[in-house]
Ligand binder design. Structure first.
Ligand code: ADP
Length: 233
């Protein structure tokens, strides 16, 4: 269901939602700045500055995710990518976060395909970050790379809280989030990048047990007839 929904979302619709999502944090920041102009001593409190910082970070995340899924795959040349290496690099970036959450990260396997490594890494970063976020202290996230008859599969498995049927149904819909500080764009971005490679993204989850994300990628990026960006061409 999420597949169809994402494809059905035109870039314009997502743009309208992005504008809408930015409105609240912008209004909040503006109100605090105006208060500061009237009464500098009161507004400069640590609490208020933390709110401004948090809201600005949120706006940055929304924009960053939005911008990265509006960039079509054609703008970059796919090249040979060792997926095992790409996954290790991705886990490296997230290692501090995993340590902080006391979640152990593992990886195994190797497969090589033609892909856009930078965009694929963006997609994986979002998926693995979600897995870490969903996993309680002492748990683990395991990322396996396997060849699949010339194509490749990346399986991200976590021992986290899992998803309700409702979340499983809505995941990947723009701005769907169950987190207070979530943007609800991470999976949209990942799905879009994977679709642009001609691949697919599938979730399996059991509440309280964990989640498994299967990313299937063709041997050669097909340059995506799929995903929100394709509509513009
Ligand atoms: P965000 O992380 O900003 O909430 P995402 O699109 O990345 O946005 O994820 C949407 C929602 O999907 C999350 O809020 C969470 O509820 C759920 N989700 C994603 N990955 C997992 C996972 N591995 N385990 C449990 N829930 C998940």
């Amino acid at each position: 269901a999420a597949d169809a929904l994402t494809r059905a979302q035109s870039l314009e619709q997502i743009g309208t939602k992005v504008a809408h999502e930015l409105k609240n944090p912008l209004t909040g920041v503006k109100a605090l700045v105006q208060l500061g102009l009237r009464n500098p001593a009161e507004a400069a409190s640590r609490d208020r500055l933390e709110i401004v910082d948090r809201e600005v970070t949120r706006m940055q995340e929304i924009l960053q995710n939005y911008l990265s899924f509006t960039r079509p795959l054609q703008e970059v040349t796919p090249r040979r990518v060792e997926l095992g290496r790409l996954v290790s690099d991705t886990l490296e970036v997230l290692s501090a976060r995993a340590d902080g959450a006391r979640v152990r990260l593992y990886t195994q396997g190797e497969a090589a395909i033609d892909a856009d490594p930078r965009r694929l890494k963006e997609a994986l970063l979002n998926l693995v970050a979600n897995a870490i976020e969903a996993t309680p202290p002492g748990g683990e996230v395991d990322v396996e790379v396997r060849p699949a008859g010339g194509d490749a599969e990346i399986v991200i498995r976590d021992t986290g809280r899992g998803m309700t049927a409702e979340t499983l149904r809505r995941i990947g819909t723009p701005f769907f989030t169950t987190r207070d500080d979530g943007t609800g764009l991470g999976v949209v971005l990942a799905r879009s990048v994977i679709a642009q490679h001609g691949g697919s993204l599938r979730y399996e989850s059991e509440l309280g047990q964990g989640t498994r994300v299967r990313v299937a990628l063709p041997r050669v990026a097909k340059g995506g007839r799929d995903g929100p960006c394709a509509r513009r061409r």
